[in-house]
Design a protein. Sequence first.
Length: 95
Amino acid sequence: MRGIIHSVSQWAEHKSSWLVLFATSLALEIAALYFQYGMGLKPCIMCIYQRTAMYGIVLSALIVVIKNNGFTRMLGFAGWAVSAGDQYLPGGVQH
């Protein structure tokens, strides 16, 4: 088990993991835009909140894909955490 955790931790230092995060997040954004504008489906308010969180994740991953060093990885992790966790903080998304 410890070996698996160590491997995953080491993978975060490689550009490929951030590229996978960027590509999948961007693909989900493109799919959401296709559903909205291509198929005419109206997004609910929660969909809009999730979409804005995904934009933050896309931008955070893009920073690390462009320049991969310790500082940009920490910046990427921070942006990812803020984007993904904003709805759980006091004053975040209101239902």
